[in-house]
Design a protein around this ligand. Structure first.
Ligand code: FAD
Length: 631
């Protein structure tokens, strides 16, 4: 029935879909095996993509030639650029999505990708070939007993490995509600020497939009000029749907407390660690007992469904308690519930067992991506899938792995954090995790990453051409602003109108733009009156004009900061360039602290830079290592 594939991807969630697309687009023959072909790219929880730090990740995936950005644009029902009031390093795009359309668009894109085959079954085990250092994966064994061979395997099982769902005292096996859990893989990997752990997450009830009174809620509309995720030519939204805001209150809290005795979290039935930054409503009431209300976002699930997602009300309390409490929320008095919220516990594999390429250290050609590595979130999963797909392809073709640096991408930060620091709770990305966030902005993801991806054969030449056009226009405009002065008589009325002081003598436009009150767009309108037309410089790519002008402005205004960050990156990169072989014996360096020796032996950092970021490895340990490696 089956050929021998280059890469088998197990699981068609966000990680699996990106992994399959990346490996196939690089030229590998790929089999995507998933338990249910009807649930490809299912959004298990909220129907939204992006947000703070996650939006940057989606832009990066897109810049690399992944599909998540395009799919999100095509299925968006609302777009907002979050954090606009802060500096551009914090701007984060977010879309509300049509859940069903999102999954459908993903499936269409994968079906249109040459080299991807599909098969529906549960993978129960792996084919292992060779032994000792040559032990590697050789394919998979499915529930129906098929043995399918491949040169590499990417596991992206999400929340399905021995998943247990909890609602009040009820508990049953499942990978998501109404879907089977997956067994066999954890057990086999443990016999092969891998460690596993347990984590948990939860989701709120879904409710009937027809039963809500929106007049009691605050409306949250999309941006007036909606942006998009993809740097390719996807269309911006013409129409948008609103979300709504309401609040819990004391009465809701009291009702929920009635269910605490039956709560699987408080009774100890759930042992897995949950996401600290996405607490359940019962957790919020318990931890912040002095808060009289909690904000809830009432989010539509799509263009043509009445189903609504209640963001902020994740719960695993008994369903009747959930329902009663909902009816006390303003606007939800006559609510009808489609499905109750629930919590789920599942197995994950602590990620220090991986290399930076996402290949396991113990079993050659076996890669892990997504929630299986202890992360939470679609975006975190998708970007790991992309990298695992690239590196699985590279590995079987004897090409060096692609490792993004912390200074190049949030994706690099995420993978380095996971492998170097590990994670004991579901890992979610924040801007604060990145030390070079002025460099890692959402607006410049294409300039940072598309050339890299094009070089390895993933980003198309069409994408690369667009980036080149943008880069050229950027330089032309900056040079123009640097070389041309403007007279006070021409510019002063504009400056006064922007509430900034007039100039006394001719001044370079570049210097005018440095003022916080001046935007490039308004400056162009002002100087157009004197026949100086910057528009001319953007003619090559008219549809990118707004994006381009924003990029120029950020580049100029933040130049001081970016230069400083780049200098720091250069310093740190010197440590990154000192490789350490994976067989290095730290036991022989007696002057290392015993904690450092233990952690270095466990994590096996690939470079001195990575070694320096391991907690417990002090600067003096790094100096000792440096001297030793220098020898
Ligand atoms: P998934 O999206 O889980 O996909 C796994 C895929 O693998 C599925 O298609 C499944 O069918 C398939 N599969 C599994 N095992 C096998 C097998 N043995 N053989 C074949 N196919 C297999 N994230 C947040 O950021 N915030 C939240 O509040 C949040 N809440 C969540 C609540 C719930 C109830 C759940 C289930 C998830 C929640 N998540 C949340 C997590 C989010 O859904 C995941 O982070 C994301 O979907 C992970 O993507 P993934 O590709 O790793 O796995």
């Amino acid at each position: 029935m089956f050929q021998t594939y280059d890469v088998i991807v197990v699981g068609a969630g966000h990680a699996g879909c990106e992994a399959a697309a990346a490996a196939a687009n690089l030229g590998s023959s790929v089999l995507l095996i998933t338990m249910n072909l009807q649930t490809i790219a299912q959004m298990s929880c909220n129907p939204a993509m992006g947000g703070i730090a996650k939006g940057q990740i989606v832009r990066e995936i897109d810049a690399m030639g992944g599909y998540s950005g395009i799919v999100s644009d095509k299925s968006a029902i609302q777009f907002r650029m979050l954090n606009r009031s802060k500096g551009p390093a914090m701007w984060s795009p977010r879309t509300q999505n049509d859940r069903m359309l999102f999954a459908q668009e993903w499936r269409t894109m994968l079906e249109e990708t040459t080299n991807v085959d599909f098969f529906q079954d549960m993978v129960k085990g792996l084919l292992i070939v060779g032994s000792g250092k040559n032990r590697r994966v050789g394919g998979v064994i499915t529930g129906m007993g098929q043995q399918i061979q491949s040169r590499a395997v990417v596991l992206t099982n999400g929340t399905f490995l021995n998943g247990i769902i909890h609602i009040g005292k009820k508990q049953f096996g499942g990978g998501r509600v109404a879907e089977k859990s997956s067994s066999g893989i954890t057990e086999q990997l443990m016999t092969l020497g891998l460690e596993s752990g347990r984590m948990k997450t939860g989701t709120p009830p879904r409710i009937d939009g027809r039963s809500l009174d929106y007049s009691k809620m605050e409306e949250q509309t999309g941006d007036i000029n909606p942006g998009k995720f993809s740097f390719s030519a996807t269309a911006s939204l013409q129409n948008q749907k609103s979300c709504w805001i309401t609040y819990t209150n004391k009465e809701v809290h009291e009702l929920l407390k009635e269910g605490f005795d039956d709560s699987p979290m408080f009774s100890g039935r759930i042992t897995g660690v949950g996401p600290r930054y996405c607490p359940s409503i019962e957790d919020k009431i318990n931890r912040f007992a002095d808060r009289e209300r909690h904000q809830l976002f009432v989010e539509p699930e799509g263009w043509s469904t009445v189903e609504v997602y209640l963001n902020g009300f994740s719960t695993s309390l008994p369903e009747d308690i959930q329902f009663k409490a909902l009816t006390k929320i303003p606007g939800l008095e006559t609510v009808k519930m489609f499905r109750p919220g629930y919590a789920i516990e599942y197995d994950y594999f602590p990620p220090h067992q991986l290399k930076l390429s996402l290949e396991t250290q113990k079993i050659g050609n076996l890669f892990f991506a997504g929630q299986i590595n202890g992360t939470t979130g679609y975006e975190e999963a998708a970007c790991q899938g992309l990298m695992a797909g690239i590196n699985a392809h590279n590995k079987i073709n004897a090409i060096e792995p692609l490792i993004l640096k912390r200074s190049e991408a949030y994706i690099g930060v995420l993978i380095d954090d996971l492998i170097t620091k590990g994670t004991e709770e579901p890992y979610r990305m924040f801007t604060s995790r990145a030390e070079f966030r002025i460099l890692l902005r959402q607006d410049n993801a294409d300039l940072r990453l598309t050339p890299l991806s094009y070089q390895i054969g993933l980003a198309s030449s069409k994408r690369m051409f667009r980036v080149k056009q943008k880069q050229d226009a950027l330089i032309k405009i900056i040079n123009y602003l640097n070389k041309n002065k403007i007279n006070p008589a021409v510019i002063d009325p504009y400056l006064v109108s922007r509430e900034t002081s007039p100039i006394a003598e001719s001044t370079f436009l570049y210097n005018i733009l440095l003022r916080p009150q001046v935007t490039l767009k308004s400056l162009i309108t002002a100087i157009n009156d004197i026949d100086v037309d910057i528009n001319e410089l953007t003619y090559d790519i008219p549809e990118l004009k707004d994006e381009l002008l924003e990029e120029v402005e950020i580049t100029i205004k933040y130049e001081g900061y970016t230069t400083r960050e780049k200098q720091l990156v250069d310093k740190i990169n010197r440590l990154e360039e000192v490789p350490i072989v994976s067989t290095f014996d730290y036991g022989i360096i007696k002057s290392l602290s015993s904690e450092a020796r233990q952690k270095l032996s466990k994590i096996k950092p690939a470079t001195l830079g990575q070694a320096s970021r391991i907690s417990g490895v002090s600067p003096s340990d790094v100096s000792i290592l440096m001297v030793h490696l220098g020898r």
